[in-house]
Design a protein around this ligand. Structure first.
Ligand SMILES: [Zn+2]
Length: 173
């Protein structure tokens, strides 16, 4: 059993996560828990706050051509910072914390990211497409933002309506 996944509109999703300063076993254990939760819920990425830890860390695992997410393709990002963003694109996004809802949002298709690994070693990575989108989506989580916050007003209202309807439907015995 993995740790509880925090779901919209839980206020914890709104808090700004703090920088990681301790690169110890506790961080390693947290990253394992995040990976487990991501696998259990079949997600592309997961930020620490989604399992209740307000720390600037996220994991990503992009499926291969066969659609499998292999353990060796797991990537961990600590204290990530976008240093370059290029070319806007409309991308159909979803979020483990907002189940069963997808909508198009404007993102950048090329991202250069500065980050640290679980030992605190600094790296820079350039990404395109899904991985670049995942970076932006997960960093939003670290800043207390959700992809629905990026929707134009009408689409945002449509989302709130659908969400309430689903809650009612699920509440029925
Ligand atoms: Zn998300």
């Amino acid at each position: 059993m993995s740790r509880e996944l925090i779901v919209y509109p839980d206020k914890r999703l709104r808090q700004k996560s703090a920088r990681v300063v301790k690169f110890d076993d506790g961080l390693g254990a947290l990253l394992e828990d995040m990976n487990l939760a991501m696998i259990e819920h079949n997600g592309v990425g997961l930020a620490a706050i989604q399992i209740g830890e307000p720390l600037r860390a996220f994991v990503v695992n992009i499926a291969n051509e066969e659609g499998e997410r292999l353990p060796e393709n797991l990537m961990e990002f600590i204290n990530p910072e976008i240093v370059k963003a290029e070319e806007e694109i409309l991308w159909n996004e979803g979020c483990l914390s907002i189940p069963e809802f997808t909508e198009e949002v404007i993102r950048f298709t090329k991202i250069t990211l500065k980050y640290q690994d679980r030992r605190g070693k600094p790296f820079v990575i350039e990404a395109e497409g899904l991985l670049a989108i995942a970076f932006q989506h997960e960093i939003d989580h670290l800043d207390g933002k959700l992809f629905v916050d990026r929707l134009p007003l009408l689409k945002r209202k449509k989302f709130e309506k659908e969400w309430k309807k689903n809650l009612k439907a699920n509440a029925k015995p």
